[in-house]
Each structure stands twice: as structure tokens, then as C-alpha cells.
Design a protein around this ligand. Structure first.
Ligand SMILES: C[S@@+](CC[C@H](N)C(=O)[O-])C[C@H]1O[C@@H](n2cnc3c(N)ncnc32)[C@H](O)[C@@H]1O
Length: 441
């Protein structure tokens, strides 16, 4: 396939700056242009400025119709998920790198043509209207060729490899061997909607009850449409994200700190088990979200806005859950931007913050008290590598046994929880998570 494409490289393309032979841009903008403009803004924020997609979504103009916003999100998420494959299809038609706005218009058009089943004339017309004027001809010519190839253009590509940044592929290969390919495959589709039930709640129609107790619904299900949402009968939480609090085994009346708490999924689990929970969160806006979520769920917790690395509790805790800030590379199915916004140096920064938080948490525990340290990262530096450091902070590793994790016999490695996106492939996968349990010496 590649040699054939290379033979056509540049054939018929209009160079940037050279006017197209006929007017490519209609006088009236094509329908659907606001959606594509918003998608382009999302790509510019994530790929050019390395800002999180969720933050970029918040920054879209308030006047944007909710349907346009949802459609822009869908397009941008697809481009981010399949970026390497899309760029590979485009590459034979580009003699030199176009500026980012033109590159994003090409990516959006190609994603619509090859992956989103947009009618070709609409995909091409909107991408042309989106492109900077000097590049309208180039975008038109390239996308017409991509449209002529159709989805067959993707056949034969090594998509898992192309769609995974090289540094992540190398790190996961070093950590998990050949499973790196299954991990990358798992990132190609959106994640299902997982819910954690409040005690005694009944699952909604169509939900699968997972062996670990979470409920699973199809990807794209709107949680706010489900009966029981307003009444606080469940909350959104990936099945893997629910495991650290389960493994802490919170007991009624125990004094437990949740040290990096917002938006509060784990605080809610601990409070629902009857523990006396103190939820510590540094970020003011996220404290507000945490409080809102607890109010909807009608669950009690003492919420403290503080830096957990320096906060001094009034009395030691029986147990602590430390769900530390991390690179979140275990959540790429849900947040495809993470693959492109994070860099190796972010791992190092996260490791340093995690080490400070582990040392601080150790000092907040009563003797014999237990700590669960967790991260939603697939990087070993943010997981297994902390074990030795924790021992130096006065903590003893208290290994998990496979019997503690029903339905997940492969998730315990060397006494630690290690889930991966390729686990439970027939059920729709799960986030990548690490957790280890320690006792204060
Ligand atoms: C991985 S998220 C926690 C998710 C949460 N445990 C849940 O289950 O919903 C990490 C949180 O830690 C907060 N955070 C980061 N550094 C912190 C610190 N030094 N002290 C307190 N909170 C911190 C972040 O603002 C973020 O809300």
C-alpha cells in the first residue's frame, strides 16, 4: 500500500499560497461549520498547547449549541485517538508540513471521511471552509484523494503502533512486554460507562453487574438520563478506579483520610461504607465539585481545602487513601488527549509529587494504620517503583492476595494491584490502575 501512495506523493496538490484554480470556498458557509470550528479549537488546545481536552471543552464559546459541542467533542476525540493513522494516510499528499490550522482541518476532514461516516461532500466542504484561505486549495485536493481511497486507506496500517506516541510504546513495552499491543488496541475505542452503586441501589435496565460490584453500561450512555441519578443512587467511576477504596476495606466509624479527593468517587465509597471521612483537596474549583457530588449522593464527609503534602491533621488516622495526582496514562480510553498532552518529563514531575505525598501520608497514620497508594498511570515509575521509597518513609508493604479481587485473577502482581486497559476484553476493558497497601510501622 505505501509504495503506491508514495508514487502519488504530491500529485495534483496545490502548494500553500498558490490560489486554487477555481473558488473552493462557497460564499455561504456550509452547514456544520460551527461544529468543525469547535473541533479545530479543541485540537489546537490539546495538540498545540498541550491543554487537557476537558479544559478545552469548558473554554468553547457558551453560545455554541450543545449538539455542536457534542459533535465537536466526538470529532476531536476521534482525531486524538487515531492521530498517527490519520497523519499516515495524509502524509503521501503533503510535500511539506502545513501550518497547524491547515493540518487540523485536514485531520478533521480525514477523520470524518475514514472513521466517522460523514458524507464525503460534507466532510470535504466543511474542512475546506475551515482551512486558512491560502490552504483551502491544498485541503480540497488532499481530502478529495482521501475520499477517493475511502476507509480502505486505513487497511494495512499498524494502527496500534501509529496511534501510540513512541515514548509511551517504549515504556509500556519495557513494563508489559508484548501486551503493549493489546493495551494500544484497547485505546482505539471509547470506554463504557461504569457506575458505583450506593448501598442497596438496584442497577438500571441494561446494566451489567461486574464481579467487583460496579455496574457497566454501553459507551455513550448519558448518566444524567438514568433513573436514580438525581436521587444519588450511583456515581460515575471506572471499574478499576473503584478498586483502591474496596481494597482499603473501610469499616463503619473508622477515621479515614482521602488525601487527593476531588471529584470524590473514592470519598463517596468510603463514606458509603460508614467511615468517618476527611476529604483533602488542594484545588478550590475541584473542592466545589467534590462538595456538589457529595451533596447529590447525600453522603457525609469533612471537606478540607489544603495541600496534603503539608497539611497537619488534628489527630492520626486509622487509614488513608492516597489517590495521587499522576500522568493518567491509564485513562487514555476515556481521555485520548492524555497520549498527546503528556511528555516523559511529566512522569518525573508526577513521581516527585507522589513521593512527597507518600511521606506526608505516612506521618498522618496511627501506628499499624493502613495506607492505600494509588495512581491511574500505566508508568511503572508512578506505581511499582514507589515501593522501596515507601519503606524508607516508615511504611511496610502489606501485599494484596488475588482472592481480594473477584474476577480479576491477573490483576495482582507482586502483591500490588495492576490493572490494564486490555483486561476484561470481552466486557469492554478497564482503566489502567496501580495500587499498593502499606502499614505504618
Ligand atoms: C487523581 S485525582 C483524584 C481523584 C479522586 N480520588 C476520585 O476518586 O474522584 C487527584 C486529585 O488530587 C488533587 N491534588 C493534587 N495535588 C494535591 C495535593 N498536594 N494536595 C491535595 N490535593 C491534591 C488534584 O487537584 C486532583 O483533584
Amino acid at each position: 500500500m505505501m509504495p503506491a501512495r508514495l508514487a502519488r506523493r504530491g500529485a495534483g496538490c496545490h502548494e500553500a499560497g498558490r490560489p486554487p484554480p477555481d473558488p473552493q470556498r462557497p460564499l455561504t458557509p456550509p452547514p456544520g461549520l460551527p461544529t468543525r470550528k469547535a473541533a479545530r479549537d479543541l485540537l489546537a488546545a490539546t495538540l498545540d498547547e498541550r491543554r487537557p481536552l476537558e479544559e478545552a471543552l469548558e473554554a468553547l464559546p457558551r453560545r455554541l449549541d450543545p449538539r455542536d459541542r457534542a459533535a465537536a467533542h466526538r470529532i476531536a476525540a476521534m482525531v486524538l485517538r487515531r492521530l498517527g493513522s490519520i497523519d499516515e494516510v495524509l502524509s503521501p499528499y503533503l510535500r511539506k508540513e502545513p501550518p497547524p490550522p491547515a493540518r487540523h482541518a485536514l485531520r478533521i476532514g480525514a477523520a470524518e471521511l475514514l472513521l466517522l461516516e460523514t458524507p464525503p461532500h460534507a466532510a470535504v466542504a466543511t474542512a475546506v471552509a475551515l482551512a486558512p484561505r491560502a490552504f483551502a486549495g491544498l485541503v480540497n485536493a488532499v481530502l478529495r484523494k482521501v475520499a477517493a481511497e475511502g476507509p480502505a486507506a486505513l487497511e494495512g496500517l499498524d494502527a496500534p503502533r501509529l496511534d501510540t506516541p513512541a515514548w509511551l510504546w517504549a515504556a509500556w513495552h519495557a513494563a508489559y512486554g508484548p501486551a503493549v499491543r493489546a493495551i494500544a488496541e484497547a485505546h482505539r475505542g471509547p470506554a463504557p460507562l461504569d457506575l458505583t452503586p450506593a448501598p442497596g441501589a438496584e442497577p438500571p435496565a441494561g446494566a451489567e453487574v461486574l464481579p467487583t460490584g460496579s455496574w457497566r453500561l454501553a459507551a455513550g450512555t448519558r448518566v444524567t438520563d438514568l433513573p436514580g441519578f438525581a436521587e444519588g443512587r450511583f456515581w460515575v467511576q471506572d471499574a478499576a478506579a473503584a478498586l483502591p477504596a474496596l481494597l482499603l476495606k473501610p469499616q463503619p466509624g473508622e477515621r479515614i483520610a482521602d488525601l487527593c479527593a476531588a471529584p470524590g468517587g473514592k470519598t463517596a465509597q468510603l463514606a458509603a461504607a460508614g467511615a468517618d471521612v476527611t476529604a483533602v483537596e488542594r484545588d478550590a474549583a475541584r473542592v466545589a465539585r467534590l462538595a456538589e457530588n457529595l451533596a447529590r449522593l447525600r453522603l457525609p464527609a469533612t471537606v478540607v481545602q489544603a495541600d496534603a503534602a503539608t497539611w497537619a491533621p488534628p489527630a492520626p488516622f486509622d487509614a488513608i487513601l492516597l489517590d495521587a495526582p499522576c500522568t493518567a496514562t491509564g485513562t487514555i480510553r476515556r481521555h485520548p488527549d492524555v497520549a498527546h498532552t503528556k511528555r516523559p518529563r511529566d512522569v518525573q514531575g508526577a513521581v516527585e509529587a507522589q513521593a512527597r505525598l507518600i511521606a506526608a501520608a505516612a506521618k498522618m497514620l496511627a501506628p499499624g494504620g493502613r495506607l492505600i497508594f494509588a495512581t491511574c498511570s500505566l508508568q511503572r515509575e508512578e506505581g511499582e517503583a514507589h515501593l522501596a521509597r515507601a519503606e524508607g518513609a516508615g511504611l511496610r508493604h502489606d501485599p494484596f492476595t488475588p482472592a481480594e479481587l473477584p474476577g480479576l485473577p491477573d490483576a495482582v502482581t507482586d502483591g500490588c494491584l495492576r490493572t490494564r486497559p486490555d483486561f476484561w476484553p470481552d466486557r469492554g476493558g478497564m482503566d489502567g490502575f496501580f495500587a499498593a497497601r502499606f502499614r505504618r510501622v
